[in-house]
Write a protein that binds this ligand. Sequence first.
Ligand code: PLP
Length: 409
Amino acid sequence: MITINEHYLKLQASYLFSDIAKRVAAFQKSHPERDIIKLGIGDVTKGLPSASIKAFHKAVDEMAEDSSFKGYGPEQGYDFLREAIATNDFRSRGADISADEVFVSDGAKCDTGNIQELFTGDIKIAISDPVYPVYLDTNVMAGRTGNFADGRYQGIVYLESTKSNNFVPSLPKEKVDLIYLCFPNNPTGSTISKAELKTWVDYAREHKALILFDAAYEAFIRDQSLPKSIYEIEGAKEVAVEFRSYSKSAGFTGTRCAYTVVPKQCRAYDKKGNKHFIHAMWNRRHCTKFNGVAYPVQRAAEAVYSEGGKIQTKALIDYYMVNADMVCATMDKLGYEYVGGKNSPYIWIDGRMDSWAFFDMLLDKAGVVCTPGAGFGKCGSGYIRISAFNSQERVREAMQRLTDMLSAK
Ligand code: PLP
Protein backbone atom coordinates (compact mmCIF):
# COMPACT_ATOMS: atom_id res chain seq x y z
CA MET A 1 0.00 0.00 0.00
CA ILE A 2 1.31 3.38 -0.93
CA THR A 3 1.05 5.64 2.08
CA ILE A 4 1.27 9.41 2.17
CA ASN A 5 3.43 11.81 4.10
CA GLU A 6 0.78 12.70 6.64
CA HIS A 7 2.56 15.90 7.58
CA TYR A 8 1.04 17.31 4.40
CA LEU A 9 -2.35 16.98 6.05
CA LYS A 10 -1.26 19.53 8.66
CA LEU A 11 -0.72 22.23 6.04
CA GLN A 12 -3.14 25.08 6.28
CA ALA A 13 -4.54 25.53 2.81
CA SER A 14 -3.10 28.79 1.63
CA TYR A 15 -6.22 30.49 0.42
CA LEU A 16 -4.62 33.91 0.46
CA PHE A 17 -3.89 34.65 -3.18
CA SER A 18 -6.62 32.36 -4.54
CA ASP A 19 -9.13 33.99 -2.16
CA ILE A 20 -8.00 37.38 -3.36
CA ALA A 21 -8.26 36.30 -7.00
CA LYS A 22 -11.78 34.90 -6.39
CA ARG A 23 -12.98 38.06 -4.68
CA VAL A 24 -11.50 40.24 -7.40
CA ALA A 25 -13.05 38.08 -10.16
CA ALA A 26 -16.46 38.14 -8.46
CA PHE A 27 -16.25 41.91 -8.04
CA GLN A 28 -15.23 42.43 -11.66
CA LYS A 29 -18.10 40.20 -12.82
CA SER A 30 -20.67 42.18 -10.89
CA HIS A 31 -19.04 45.52 -11.82
CA PRO A 32 -17.76 45.03 -15.37
CA GLU A 33 -17.44 48.79 -15.84
CA ARG A 34 -15.01 49.22 -12.92
CA ASP A 35 -11.29 49.54 -13.60
CA ILE A 36 -9.34 47.55 -11.00
CA ILE A 37 -5.77 48.43 -9.99
CA LYS A 38 -3.76 45.55 -8.55
CA LEU A 39 -1.26 46.38 -5.82
CA GLY A 40 -1.52 42.98 -4.18
CA ILE A 41 0.83 40.35 -5.50
CA GLY A 42 4.60 40.86 -5.32
CA ASP A 43 5.34 40.39 -8.99
CA VAL A 44 7.28 42.88 -11.07
CA THR A 45 5.71 44.60 -14.08
CA LYS A 46 8.61 46.12 -16.03
CA GLY A 47 10.68 44.45 -18.74
CA LEU A 48 14.18 43.04 -18.19
CA PRO A 49 17.19 45.38 -18.31
CA SER A 50 18.33 45.80 -21.92
CA ALA A 51 21.83 44.56 -21.03
CA SER A 52 20.28 41.27 -19.88
CA ILE A 53 18.12 40.99 -22.98
CA LYS A 54 21.16 41.56 -25.20
CA ALA A 55 23.18 38.92 -23.35
CA PHE A 56 20.19 36.56 -23.42
CA HIS A 57 19.86 36.88 -27.24
CA LYS A 58 23.56 36.40 -27.77
CA ALA A 59 23.59 33.28 -25.60
CA VAL A 60 20.58 31.85 -27.43
CA ASP A 61 22.46 32.33 -30.71
CA GLU A 62 25.45 30.51 -29.21
CA MET A 63 23.16 27.57 -28.49
CA ALA A 64 22.37 27.33 -32.21
CA GLU A 65 25.94 26.53 -33.26
CA ASP A 66 27.69 23.24 -32.54
CA SER A 67 30.90 25.12 -31.80
CA SER A 68 29.40 27.27 -29.04
CA PHE A 69 26.50 25.05 -27.93
CA LYS A 70 26.24 24.31 -24.20
CA GLY A 71 24.83 21.11 -22.80
CA TYR A 72 24.63 20.38 -19.08
CA GLY A 73 26.49 23.07 -17.24
CA PRO A 74 28.01 22.95 -13.77
CA GLU A 75 25.20 22.33 -11.24
CA GLN A 76 26.51 25.13 -9.04
CA GLY A 77 26.43 27.65 -11.87
CA TYR A 78 28.95 28.87 -14.44
CA ASP A 79 32.12 30.42 -13.07
CA PHE A 80 31.47 33.65 -14.98
CA LEU A 81 28.31 34.25 -12.94
CA ARG A 82 29.63 32.98 -9.61
CA GLU A 83 32.69 35.25 -9.96
CA ALA A 84 30.53 38.24 -10.88
CA ILE A 85 28.32 37.61 -7.83
CA ALA A 86 31.20 37.24 -5.37
CA THR A 87 32.90 40.37 -6.68
CA ASN A 88 29.92 42.67 -7.09
CA ASP A 89 27.45 41.59 -4.44
CA PHE A 90 29.86 40.78 -1.62
CA ARG A 91 33.50 41.76 -1.93
CA SER A 92 32.51 45.25 -3.08
CA ARG A 93 30.82 45.65 0.32
CA GLY A 94 33.66 44.18 2.32
CA ALA A 95 32.06 40.74 2.68
CA ASP A 96 34.72 38.15 1.94
CA ILE A 97 32.73 35.63 -0.12
CA SER A 98 34.41 33.56 -2.82
CA ALA A 99 32.87 32.31 -6.07
CA ASP A 100 32.87 28.67 -4.96
CA GLU A 101 30.66 29.58 -1.99
CA VAL A 102 27.91 30.68 -4.41
CA PHE A 103 25.32 28.19 -5.68
CA VAL A 104 23.29 29.48 -8.62
CA SER A 105 19.71 28.23 -8.77
CA ASP A 106 16.34 28.79 -10.39
CA GLY A 107 14.82 30.57 -7.43
CA ALA A 108 15.07 31.67 -3.84
CA LYS A 109 11.71 30.01 -3.26
CA CYS A 110 13.21 26.60 -4.06
CA ASP A 111 16.39 27.27 -2.09
CA THR A 112 14.70 28.62 1.05
CA GLY A 113 12.29 25.68 0.80
CA ASN A 114 14.90 22.99 0.17
CA ILE A 115 17.65 23.94 2.62
CA GLN A 116 15.78 22.50 5.61
CA GLU A 117 16.40 18.96 4.41
CA LEU A 118 20.01 19.20 5.56
CA PHE A 119 18.87 19.19 9.17
CA THR A 120 17.28 16.66 11.49
CA GLY A 121 13.57 16.48 12.17
CA ASP A 122 13.83 17.38 15.84
CA ILE A 123 15.52 20.78 15.66
CA LYS A 124 13.75 23.80 17.11
CA ILE A 125 12.84 26.35 14.49
CA ALA A 126 12.18 30.07 14.84
CA ILE A 127 10.10 31.75 12.17
CA SER A 128 8.79 35.29 12.11
CA ASP A 129 5.13 36.22 12.20
CA PRO A 130 4.03 37.62 9.74
CA VAL A 131 6.08 35.57 7.29
CA TYR A 132 6.75 34.65 3.67
CA PRO A 133 4.92 31.27 3.91
CA VAL A 134 7.56 29.07 2.23
CA TYR A 135 9.73 28.81 5.36
CA LEU A 136 6.87 27.56 7.47
CA ASP A 137 5.16 25.25 4.99
CA THR A 138 8.33 23.42 3.98
CA ASN A 139 8.99 22.64 7.63
CA VAL A 140 5.39 21.46 8.04
CA MET A 141 5.93 19.09 5.10
CA ALA A 142 9.12 17.82 6.73
CA GLY A 143 7.31 17.12 9.99
CA ARG A 144 9.11 19.63 12.18
CA THR A 145 6.27 21.83 13.31
CA GLY A 146 3.86 19.72 15.36
CA ASN A 147 0.12 20.15 14.99
CA PHE A 148 -1.81 23.28 14.16
CA ALA A 149 -3.99 24.63 16.95
CA ASP A 150 -5.33 28.10 17.72
CA GLY A 151 -3.84 29.54 14.56
CA ARG A 152 -0.32 28.30 15.17
CA TYR A 153 1.89 25.23 14.87
CA GLN A 154 2.67 24.03 18.35
CA GLY A 155 6.31 23.15 17.69
CA ILE A 156 7.38 26.44 16.11
CA VAL A 157 8.87 29.38 17.95
CA TYR A 158 7.15 32.39 16.40
CA LEU A 159 9.18 35.57 16.26
CA GLU A 160 6.54 38.24 16.49
CA SER A 161 7.12 41.30 14.35
CA THR A 162 4.85 44.01 15.62
CA LYS A 163 4.66 47.74 16.15
CA SER A 164 6.13 47.28 19.64
CA ASN A 165 9.44 45.98 18.26
CA ASN A 166 9.38 48.10 15.11
CA PHE A 167 8.75 44.92 13.12
CA VAL A 168 12.18 43.50 13.93
CA PRO A 169 11.72 40.45 16.16
CA SER A 170 13.54 40.13 19.46
CA LEU A 171 15.78 37.17 20.22
CA PRO A 172 13.79 34.12 21.33
CA LYS A 173 13.64 33.41 25.04
CA GLU A 174 14.03 29.67 24.49
CA LYS A 175 16.96 28.06 22.72
CA VAL A 176 16.37 27.53 18.99
CA ASP A 177 18.52 25.79 16.37
CA LEU A 178 17.39 27.19 13.04
CA ILE A 179 16.34 30.82 12.51
CA TYR A 180 14.70 32.26 9.42
CA LEU A 181 15.28 35.98 8.94
CA CYS A 182 14.20 38.07 5.94
CA PHE A 183 15.31 41.69 5.51
CA PRO A 184 14.11 43.88 3.89
CA ASN A 185 11.08 41.93 4.97
CA ASN A 186 8.24 40.47 3.01
CA PRO A 187 5.50 41.28 3.92
CA THR A 188 6.25 44.15 6.34
CA GLY A 189 8.96 45.96 4.38
CA SER A 190 10.86 46.50 7.65
CA THR A 191 14.66 46.54 7.69
CA ILE A 192 17.26 45.46 10.23
CA SER A 193 20.26 47.51 11.36
CA LYS A 194 23.77 46.12 11.55
CA ALA A 195 23.65 46.27 15.35
CA GLU A 196 20.36 44.33 15.46
CA LEU A 197 21.61 41.76 12.98
CA LYS A 198 24.75 41.33 15.05
CA THR A 199 22.64 40.26 18.04
CA TRP A 200 21.28 37.41 15.90
CA VAL A 201 24.73 36.40 14.70
CA ASP A 202 25.97 36.45 18.29
CA TYR A 203 22.95 34.39 19.38
CA ALA A 204 23.64 31.80 16.66
CA ARG A 205 27.28 31.58 17.64
CA GLU A 206 26.48 31.20 21.32
CA HIS A 207 23.74 28.59 20.83
CA LYS A 208 25.32 26.68 17.93
CA ALA A 209 22.35 27.71 15.83
CA LEU A 210 22.13 28.53 12.12
CA ILE A 211 20.57 31.60 10.49
CA LEU A 212 18.88 31.39 7.10
CA PHE A 213 19.00 34.97 5.84
CA ASP A 214 16.68 35.78 2.96
CA ALA A 215 17.92 38.94 1.25
CA ALA A 216 15.67 38.71 -1.82
CA TYR A 217 14.87 42.43 -1.50
CA GLU A 218 18.35 43.82 -0.74
CA ALA A 219 18.37 45.79 -4.00
CA PHE A 220 15.69 48.09 -2.58
CA ILE A 221 17.90 49.27 0.30
CA ARG A 222 18.60 52.98 -0.12
CA ASP A 223 19.90 53.72 3.36
CA GLN A 224 23.60 52.93 3.01
CA SER A 225 23.98 52.24 6.73
CA LEU A 226 21.74 49.16 6.49
CA PRO A 227 23.33 45.76 5.82
CA LYS A 228 22.61 44.26 2.39
CA SER A 229 24.23 41.00 3.33
CA ILE A 230 24.50 39.19 6.65
CA TYR A 231 28.18 38.66 5.84
CA GLU A 232 28.76 42.34 6.52
CA ILE A 233 28.46 41.25 10.16
CA GLU A 234 31.59 39.87 11.74
CA GLY A 235 31.38 36.17 12.53
CA ALA A 236 28.38 35.53 10.27
CA LYS A 237 30.16 33.20 7.88
CA GLU A 238 30.21 30.37 10.43
CA VAL A 239 26.54 30.69 11.28
CA ALA A 240 24.58 31.95 8.28
CA VAL A 241 23.40 30.96 4.82
CA GLU A 242 22.16 33.77 2.59
CA PHE A 243 19.60 33.68 -0.22
CA ARG A 244 19.44 36.17 -3.07
CA SER A 245 17.35 36.41 -6.21
CA TYR A 246 17.31 38.33 -9.48
CA SER A 247 13.49 38.20 -9.39
CA LYS A 248 12.90 41.55 -7.79
CA SER A 249 16.33 43.15 -8.27
CA ALA A 250 16.34 42.75 -12.08
CA GLY A 251 12.82 41.64 -12.95
CA PHE A 252 13.62 37.92 -13.34
CA THR A 253 10.41 36.56 -11.78
CA GLY A 254 9.52 34.84 -15.06
CA THR A 255 13.12 34.24 -16.16
CA ARG A 256 14.20 32.40 -12.99
CA CYS A 257 17.65 32.93 -11.55
CA ALA A 258 18.77 33.21 -7.95
CA TYR A 259 21.59 32.02 -5.75
CA THR A 260 22.45 30.80 -2.28
CA VAL A 261 25.68 31.54 -0.44
CA VAL A 262 27.04 28.82 1.82
CA PRO A 263 30.41 29.90 3.22
CA LYS A 264 32.92 27.09 3.58
CA GLN A 265 33.19 27.56 7.33
CA CYS A 266 29.43 27.50 7.88
CA ARG A 267 28.85 24.68 10.32
CA ALA A 268 26.26 22.39 11.85
CA TYR A 269 26.64 19.43 14.18
CA ASP A 270 25.85 15.73 14.32
CA LYS A 271 24.09 14.16 17.30
CA LYS A 272 27.42 13.62 19.04
CA GLY A 273 28.26 17.29 18.71
CA ASN A 274 30.87 16.82 15.99
CA LYS A 275 31.13 19.75 13.64
CA HIS A 276 30.25 19.39 9.94
CA PHE A 277 30.50 21.93 7.15
CA ILE A 278 27.23 22.38 5.35
CA HIS A 279 28.92 23.69 2.18
CA ALA A 280 29.73 20.08 1.25
CA MET A 281 26.23 18.93 2.16
CA TRP A 282 24.51 21.62 0.13
CA ASN A 283 26.86 20.93 -2.77
CA ARG A 284 25.94 17.24 -2.59
CA ARG A 285 22.24 18.03 -2.47
CA HIS A 286 22.46 20.51 -5.31
CA CYS A 287 24.38 18.08 -7.55
CA THR A 288 22.01 15.23 -6.78
CA LYS A 289 18.74 17.07 -7.22
CA PHE A 290 19.44 20.00 -9.52
CA ASN A 291 20.95 20.25 -12.98
CA GLY A 292 21.79 23.90 -13.29
CA VAL A 293 20.17 27.06 -14.60
CA ALA A 294 19.91 27.51 -18.39
CA TYR A 295 23.06 29.00 -19.91
CA PRO A 296 21.27 31.97 -21.57
CA VAL A 297 19.60 32.81 -18.24
CA GLN A 298 22.96 32.83 -16.47
CA ARG A 299 24.38 35.09 -19.16
CA ALA A 300 21.39 37.40 -18.70
CA ALA A 301 22.06 37.44 -14.94
CA GLU A 302 25.77 38.11 -15.49
CA ALA A 303 24.84 41.14 -17.60
CA VAL A 304 23.16 42.68 -14.53
CA TYR A 305 26.72 43.40 -13.32
CA SER A 306 27.88 45.06 -16.55
CA GLU A 307 28.21 48.82 -16.57
CA GLY A 308 24.93 49.22 -18.48
CA GLY A 309 23.25 46.49 -16.43
CA LYS A 310 24.04 48.27 -13.17
CA ILE A 311 22.56 51.52 -14.44
CA GLN A 312 19.47 49.78 -15.84
CA THR A 313 18.75 47.67 -12.75
CA LYS A 314 19.12 50.74 -10.55
CA ALA A 315 16.65 52.53 -12.82
CA LEU A 316 14.21 49.63 -12.40
CA ILE A 317 14.44 49.77 -8.62
CA ASP A 318 14.20 53.57 -8.63
CA TYR A 319 11.07 53.32 -10.75
CA TYR A 320 9.31 51.09 -8.23
CA MET A 321 10.58 53.16 -5.34
CA VAL A 322 8.87 56.24 -6.78
CA ASN A 323 5.69 54.18 -6.35
CA ALA A 324 6.65 53.26 -2.80
CA ASP A 325 7.26 56.96 -2.08
CA MET A 326 3.80 57.80 -3.44
CA VAL A 327 2.17 55.21 -1.19
CA CYS A 328 4.11 56.45 1.87
CA ALA A 329 3.25 60.08 1.11
CA THR A 330 -0.42 59.16 0.80
CA MET A 331 -0.40 57.36 4.13
CA ASP A 332 1.45 60.25 5.80
CA LYS A 333 -1.17 62.65 4.49
CA LEU A 334 -4.03 60.45 5.62
CA GLY A 335 -2.45 59.83 9.01
CA TYR A 336 -2.25 56.05 8.70
CA GLU A 337 0.62 54.29 10.44
CA TYR A 338 2.83 52.09 8.27
CA VAL A 339 6.24 50.51 8.04
CA GLY A 340 8.32 49.75 4.94
CA GLY A 341 8.38 51.55 1.63
CA LYS A 342 11.66 53.36 2.38
CA ASN A 343 14.06 50.51 1.66
CA SER A 344 11.56 47.98 0.39
CA PRO A 345 8.85 47.65 -2.28
CA TYR A 346 6.25 46.72 0.36
CA ILE A 347 4.29 49.04 2.61
CA TRP A 348 2.63 47.45 5.64
CA ILE A 349 -0.25 49.60 6.75
CA ASP A 350 -2.23 49.51 9.98
CA GLY A 351 -5.72 49.53 8.50
CA ARG A 352 -7.40 50.12 11.89
CA MET A 353 -9.86 47.33 11.10
CA ASP A 354 -9.93 43.65 10.21
CA SER A 355 -7.54 43.17 7.27
CA TRP A 356 -10.10 41.38 5.07
CA ALA A 357 -12.65 44.11 5.83
CA PHE A 358 -10.10 46.71 4.69
CA PHE A 359 -9.39 44.64 1.58
CA ASP A 360 -13.11 44.45 0.71
CA MET A 361 -13.64 48.14 1.36
CA LEU A 362 -10.66 49.10 -0.81
CA LEU A 363 -11.85 46.87 -3.64
CA ASP A 364 -15.47 47.91 -3.41
CA LYS A 365 -15.03 51.65 -2.96
CA ALA A 366 -11.76 52.32 -4.78
CA GLY A 367 -11.30 49.35 -7.11
CA VAL A 368 -7.81 48.79 -5.67
CA VAL A 369 -6.46 45.37 -4.71
CA CYS A 370 -4.13 45.00 -1.71
CA THR A 371 -3.09 41.94 0.32
CA PRO A 372 -4.75 41.39 3.70
CA GLY A 373 -2.06 41.03 6.36
CA ALA A 374 -3.86 38.21 8.17
CA GLY A 375 -2.86 35.93 5.29
CA PHE A 376 0.79 36.16 6.42
CA GLY A 377 0.24 35.13 10.03
CA LYS A 378 -1.52 36.00 13.25
CA CYS A 379 0.44 39.22 13.73
CA GLY A 380 -0.74 40.41 10.32
CA SER A 381 -4.30 40.89 11.57
CA GLY A 382 -5.37 44.47 11.14
CA TYR A 383 -2.72 45.18 8.49
CA ILE A 384 -2.71 45.34 4.73
CA ARG A 385 0.29 45.08 2.40
CA ILE A 386 0.56 47.38 -0.58
CA SER A 387 3.13 46.51 -3.21
CA ALA A 388 5.03 49.05 -5.30
CA PHE A 389 5.09 46.73 -8.32
CA ASN A 390 2.92 48.45 -10.89
CA SER A 391 3.22 51.39 -13.27
CA GLN A 392 3.64 54.85 -11.77
CA GLU A 393 0.46 55.99 -13.52
CA ARG A 394 -1.57 53.19 -11.95
CA VAL A 395 -0.12 53.71 -8.48
CA ARG A 396 -0.80 57.46 -8.70
CA GLU A 397 -4.39 56.71 -9.71
CA ALA A 398 -4.74 54.12 -6.92
CA MET A 399 -3.48 56.58 -4.30
CA GLN A 400 -5.92 59.22 -5.50
CA ARG A 401 -8.78 56.76 -5.21
CA LEU A 402 -7.61 55.61 -1.79
CA THR A 403 -7.37 59.23 -0.63
CA ASP A 404 -10.89 59.96 -1.86
CA MET A 405 -12.20 56.84 -0.16
CA LEU A 406 -10.52 57.39 3.21
CA SER A 407 -11.18 61.14 3.27
CA ALA A 408 -14.87 60.49 2.69
CA LYS A 409 -15.04 57.82 5.42
N1 PLP B 1 11.99 35.22 -0.69
C1 PLP B 1 11.06 36.16 -0.47
C2 PLP B 1 11.04 36.85 0.83
C3 PLP B 1 10.10 36.47 -1.45
O1 PLP B 1 9.18 37.39 -1.20
C4 PLP B 1 10.13 35.77 -2.67
C5 PLP B 1 9.14 36.04 -3.73
O2 PLP B 1 8.19 36.75 -3.60
C6 PLP B 1 11.11 34.82 -2.85
C7 PLP B 1 12.02 34.56 -1.85
C8 PLP B 1 11.13 33.99 -4.10
O3 PLP B 1 12.03 34.44 -5.02
P1 PLP B 1 12.28 33.66 -6.38
O4 PLP B 1 11.45 34.33 -7.41
O5 PLP B 1 13.74 33.79 -6.60
O6 PLP B 1 11.88 32.24 -6.20
